[in-house]
Design a protein around this ligand. Structure first.
Ligand code: NAD
Length: 427
């Protein structure tokens, strides 16, 4: 696989949208290359006294609409190409939901599970120290992503504020509530995906649905709980180790609790503190993806559905809670099969939307009730979903291309408002 493969695939998605929605050539130019890319070496004193240097990245992809926004990923496979691609997607995701943000992303190449808590804290503070000159509440605003969480964001905002000698909660979102985090950030991604699914469900011809979820982490679990609460059946879930199928539908909260207590995925129901097993089967990861369900929600990592396995997909709708779970090659196969893909830049935008609410609250120094967060999130997600659905219908294009078109309209307007060659020539 070439160094630039993920980014090259991301660009193909943009090219499809540019083919049906013409933007000013300068807008296109601005969207092709990241504005700033930083690679750092982070020295960390390990618990045994040795020194290790970890590679870290921060990419500020584009700031046409405002300061760049995007999470920080800790994973042993993190590369510059991946961070750049994720920063690119953030640019379009923020534009899709109409946030006053550009796109950015960060990452550290590390297996966080191999570090002690103290080592993880030193690494997180060290990363922020290295990128402190490139981030800020009106410049570039990080947040959690895969294998980073509110605890880590707490260390990071503390470190940044120490370096700047100024308490700066707005520099990072996804913080603990006690350090200026927002209520409702924890389940925002799954909840946003749920609002998108619910508002479009009938238009897509789905009633009470059978749903399979790949990836039983933050995004997948919260989506599953909300979907179950309105009567959908979650018939299969998986994590990195295993996958289960349960015809009658799992109780998501019980399976989540069992996994927390034992580390294992099993269909159980709790009565008090006693878990009783419900009839279910262990299946393979590939079998989960190929189940006959109404909705498949990939909520793990990139490239879950590729040219190799797309033909076996039987779901009617794919709700992309993960970033980049369907490759462009798979997109083409799914489109031909009539499978509707609700794209990541819409389906998982709930997280960044509540991050935006957190940043607004930090700026105001006034904190909202949970109901306010839910009401405002619902309104934003539904508005974006309906706008994209209408473009999809009017332009007879996929929902992904429609989402890029919706984003391009806002990015192009901002680019033109900042001055164009045509304007320059008239002066
Ligand atoms: P997480 O770490 O909480 O959960 C990921 C889950 O996926 C874990 O249960 C893990 O075991 C599982 N997994 C990993 N590889 C798998 C595989 N091959 N098959 C099945 N399961 C596998 O992460 P998360 O925060 O839920 O993020 C999941 C995805 O959603 C990522 O792509 C992330 O970029 C995206 N996302 C998350 C947020 C957010 O706010 N959490 C926001 C936007 C996008």
């Amino acid at each position: 696989m070439s160094e630039d493969s993920l980014f090259a695939e991301a660009e193909k998605q943009l090219d499809k949208a540019l083919a049906i929605y013409k933007v000013d050539p300068e807008t296109e130019l601005r969207l092709k290359i990241p504005q700033l890319s930083v690679q750092v070496g982070i020295p960390v004193r390990m618990d045994d006294g040795s020194l290790q240097i970890f590679k870290g990245y921060r990419v500020r992809y584009n700031t046409l609409l405002g300061p760049s926004k995007g999470g920080i990923r800790y994973h042993h496979t993190v590369t510059f190409d991946e961070v750049k691609s994720l920063a690119f997607w953030m640019t379009f995701k923020c534009a899709v939901v109409g946030l006053p943000y550009g796109g950015g992303k960060g990452g550290v190449t590390v297996d966080p599970r191999a570090l002690s808590q103290m080592e993880l804290e030193r690494l997180s503070r060290g990363y922020i120290a290295q990128i402190a000159n490139f981030i800020g509440p009106d410049l570039d605003i990080p947040a959690p992503d895969v294998y980073t969480n509110s605890t880590i964001m707490g260390w990071m905002v503390d470190e940044f504020s120490k370096i700047k000698r100024d308490w700066t909660p707005g520099v990072i979102t996804g913080k603990p509530i006690s350090l200026g985090g927002s209520l409702g950030r924890d389940d925002a991604t799954g909840r946003g995906g749920f609002y998108v699914f619910e508002i479009l469900r009938e238009k897509l011809g789905l009633a009470q649905s059978k749903i399979a979820i790949q990836g039983f982490g933050n995004a997948g679990t919260h989506f599953g709980k909300l979907a179950q609460s309105v009567g959908h059946k979650i018939v299969a879930v998986s994590d990195s180790k295993s996958a289960i199928y349960c015809e009658q539908g799992i109780d998501v909260a019980s399976v989540e609790r069992f996994k927390k207590e034992t580390g294992k995925l099993k269909a159980v129901v709790y009565k008090g503190d006693v878990a009783s097993e419900v009839s279910h089967q262990e299946i393979t990861h590939e079998e989960l993806l190929a189940l006959q369900v109404d909705c498949l929600a990939p909520a793990a990592l990139e490239k879950a559905i590729t040219g190799q396995n797309a033909a076996s997909i039987k779901a009617k709708v794919i709700l992309e809670l993960a970033n980049g779970p369907v490759t462009p090659e798979a997109d083409g196969i799914l489109e031909k099969k009539g499978v509707v893909v609700l794209p990541d830049i819409l389906a998982n935008a709930g997280g960044v939307t509540v991050s935006y609410f957190e940043w607004v609250q930090n700026k105001e120094g006034y904190y909202w009730e949970l109901e306010d967060v839910h009401t405002k999130l619902k309104a934003k997600m539904e508005k974006a979903a309906l706008e994209i659905y209408n473009i999809h219908k009017d332009s007879s294009c996929s929902m992904r291309t429609a989402a890029y078109v919706a984003a391009l309209k806002r990015l192009d307007a901002a680019s033109q408002a900042r001055g164009t060659a045509a304007l320059f020539r008239r002066i």
